[in-house]
Design a protein around this ligand. Structure first.
Ligand code: ADP
Ligand code: ZN
Length: 726
């Protein structure tokens, strides 16, 4: 027998399948060690076959690493599928297995735990401990509430304290296979009886098949529906995967699932240590856990017999990996749902235009929950025209209106969230007096301001204009804005409301592991009155005392050089607004804008997703953007500017030739990227518009072209519908 093996060699372009003589017992999915030149790298057996493809002398597999194949047959097929989407085999298997499992065998999962000796009476023993043995007393007390992992205890207590308690026979150390389950809040989540709307949706999912799009407003009880669907899957002996954006994996969410599914749920997210991730992965692989809850990468949960796959907040951009290996979570979800015959549910209060379009066309079954559970109302949205503030001499970040509303919320002992969306790099130019923003005449997207050479550029066609100092519409001559990040907002907030306790949440304040959980927990415990932050505060959180949400500059997402900017703005506003008035208290949202007449505000204000969608889809059709086309960007990187440019131009010529021969290509642009150099690499790109149905006809050829041009110091990366065109 011959085994085809994917060899995991890093720093190499080798991504081929190699033939080896199969030793006894080798099966597809086995991890093996193989001789490879002078190395003995690890590999995964893809399949077995009778005879080799060439008559080279073959070497034999050296060793099988696990008793049973670790990679399920489904994942071997998935690797083939992802290969067609331009991923390398080696990268696929990296996604399929936690890092710890590569380059080693599964470790024993036993861990040392410390327990209270069940034979001792806590109260009397505690009383006997010397008051001077502070650490011993504290630890003994803490353990009375439940066992802890030794390593965790040793982070906070001295080894001497532990030893003293063990010597006194008050506590016991035991190695247990019980795994540490990542933290979650202990909430007693009572199971709700589904409302009529929830029941209708649950029934439709149970009776129906294929893919569903659940469009439910914030607070409509989607989570309860998801849990119901998962329960049904478990009842019929199946398993389930639930994906949420990383940022929504709040302790609250974890607690909810833990309360409902106990140890049957495994949690996967980027905050886990390697060891924890391996533990959780193993529990899923062995079937000990039947529900995987996690962010994007949890779509690769090694579950068998999957009955339901749920993608919550499906519009969220975190579902598209933006660095290598690049993949669309929805592609993988569709593959796995089909393979397993599972129900696939995409849910959102603001579905992506592309998903909703699929629902309209009947590719997805559309399910709707237009109202909040119980009597909770959606908050009232108000726009404040910031141009008027400028006219009346107020150039600060807060409008007079917002200041009044914050004061009144604070006086009523309620909490406030202030949201400022901010992204680094370049931004747009805007007239604060009339709201004018320069756009690309050809591409209908806003131009991006580039400070280094004072130009305005289109990130799609590369058009470049000299920047302007004076507004061509109203003549206002102070177009440049100072920095207005969250730090500045925090400062301003403290200055305006000195009596309020303010917390800030953004990339800077959440670098440390668990920092964002700490901030949210503090806010929930009412240790602060105002939470200032970026996107991070927009999603999923449920604070009952928040009555006011302020959106400091609602336009920021609107003027990204991106065809999705209106969609993103609508989604952001709706999500942020969803944070207010979640419980009995009524909520209010104040949106500050320089373009109050933009259609996005009209629809956002009345929560009219459908109206927004109709408008947006018409615009996309006219301007030929997705879903009516697909945009493929071929990014060429090199330390030599000339080589990067030549590769891009060379590829563009070839693509033009493909078009000549009838390939469904609509438009080709070659240009220097908007950011022309990142680190030492010059960046050129070819942007190719193709017909939306043309992916299979065009993309493999483009990927091939990219590989051909990835040589001599040039690397080419292909991306479909890139999230940003920088
Ligand atoms: P969504 O995910 O759609 O934003 P949630 O699932 O968070 O909404 O539900 C909003 C609130 O309604 C939560 O506090 C939840 O506990 C509550 N809830 C959900 N379903 C029910 C129900 N059937 N009966 C009572 N309360 C419910
Ligand atoms: Zn353009």
């Amino acid at each position: 027998m011959i085994a085809e093996v994917i060899v995991d060699i890093s720093n190499s372009d080798v991504d081929k399948v190699f033939d080896y003589i199969a030793t006894d017992g080798v099966m597809p999915g086995h991890r093996v060690l193989v001789p490879f030149g002078r190395q003995r790298p690890e590999g995964v057996v893809l399949k077995l076959k009778e005879r080799p493809d060439t008559n080279h002398t073959l070497r034999a597999i050296e060793r099988i690493l696990d008793p049973e194949p670790l990679i399920l047959p489904e994942f071997l097929e998935l690797a083939e599928f992802m290969r067609k989407k331009n991923l390398r085999y080696a990268d696929c298997f990296r996604l399929f297995m936690p890092a710890r499992l590569r380059g080693g065998s599964i470790r024993e999962l036993k861990r040392n735990y410390l327990f209270i000796n069940s034979e001792c009476d806590f109260e009397s023993e505690y009383a006997k401990l010397s008051v001077r043995a502070v650490a011993q007393r504290a630890l003994f007390k803490e353990l009375s509430a439940g066992a802890l992992r030794e390593s965790e205890v040793l982070e906070r207590y001295s080894a001497a304290a532990v030893k003293a308690l063990i010597d006194k026979n008050l506590i016991i150390k035991k190695a247990l296979r019980t795994l540490r389950v990542p933290g979650g809040m202990n909430i007693s989540a009572e199971k709700h009886v589904l409302t009529a709307a929830q029941q209708a949706v649950a029934d439709a999912i149970e009776k129906g098949n294929g893919t569903f799009l659940l469009h439910g407003v914030t607070g409509s009880g989607k989570t309860e529906v998801y849990m119901h669907v998962i329960e049904k899957a478990l009842e019929s002996g199946k398993t389930a995967i639930m994906l949420v954006p990383e940022i929504s994996l709040t302790p609250q969410m974890l607690g909810l699932f833990r309360a409902r599914f106990g140890d049957g749920v495994a949690i996967l997210h980027s905050g886990l240590s390697d060891g924890e991730r391996t533990d959780e992965w193993t529990r899923l692989r062995t079937g000990e856990a039947k529900v995987a809850l996690g962010a994007r990468s949890a779509i690769f949960a090694p579950l068998q017999n999957v009955g339901a796959i749920i993608v919550d907040e499906e519009h969220d951009s975190s579902y598209i990996s933006d660095s290598n290996p690049r993949y669309f979570t929805s592609d993988i979800a569709e593959f796995r749902a089909k393979y397993n015959g599972a129900k696939l549910i995409f849910g959102s209060a603001t579905p992506s235009v592309e998903s909703y379009y699929k629902a309209v066309k009947g590719e997805y079954t559309l399910l709707e929950m237009p109202e909040r559970v119980g009597n909770a109302k959606l908050p009232i949205l108000e726009t404040v025209d910031m141009r008027e503030e400028i006219k009346s001499g107020n150039t600060g970040m807060f409008s007079a209106r917002l200041i009044r509303e914050v004061r009144s919320a604070l006086e009523g002992h309620n909490q406030v969230m202030l949201f400022l969306n901010r992204r680094g790099y370049a931004s747009f130019l805007r007239c604060r007096q009339c709201g004018y923003v320069p756009k690309c005449p050809d591409c209908d997207v806003s131009l991006t301001y580039h400070k280094e050479d004072n130009t305005l550029r289109c990130h799609y066609c590369g058009a470049k204009y000299r920047s302007i100092d004076v507004c061509p519409i109203c003549g206002y001559d102070d177009l440049k804005e100072g920095k207005t990040g969250t730090e500045k907002l925090e400062e301003e907030t403290k200055r305006l409301f000195p009596e309020a306790r303010v917390l800030r949440m953004d990339n800077d304040t959440t670098r440390k592991r668990d920092a964002y959980v700490d901030i949210l927990t503090k806010f929930r415990r009412r240790e602060a009155d105002i939470l200032v932050g970026t996107q991070m505060i927009a999603k999923g959180h449920d604070f009952k005392d928040v009555t006011l949400v302020g959106i400091i500059d609602a336009d920021i997402a609107l003027y990204y050089s991106d065809y999705r900017s209106a969609e993103r703005t609508f989604q952001l506003i709706t999500q942020v607004a969803g944070r207010a008035g979640r419980a009995e208290k009524e909520g209010k949202v104040v949106m500050q804008t320089y373009s109050p007449n933009h259609y996005v505000y009209k629809y956002a204000k009345s929560y009219d997703y459908k109206g927004f969608f109709r408008n947006e889809i018409r615009a996309r059709e006219l301007t030929k953007y997705p879903p009516f086309t697909k945009i493929i960007r071929m990014l060429s990187l090199s330390e030599s500017e000339r080589d990067a440019g030549n590769a891009a131009r060379g590829m563009a010529q070839q693509i033009a030739a493909m078009r000549q021969k009838g390939s469904p290509i609509l438009r080709i642009q070659v240009m220097q990227s908007a950011i022309k150099r990142i680190r030492a690499y010059y960046r050129y790109q070819v942007v190719v518009w193709i017909e939306s149905s043309g992916e299979e006809a065009v993309c493999p050829a483009l990927y091939e072209l990219g590989r051909k041009y990835s040589t001599g110091g040039v690397s080419v990366f292909a991306e479909i519908n890139p999230q940003q065109m920088l």
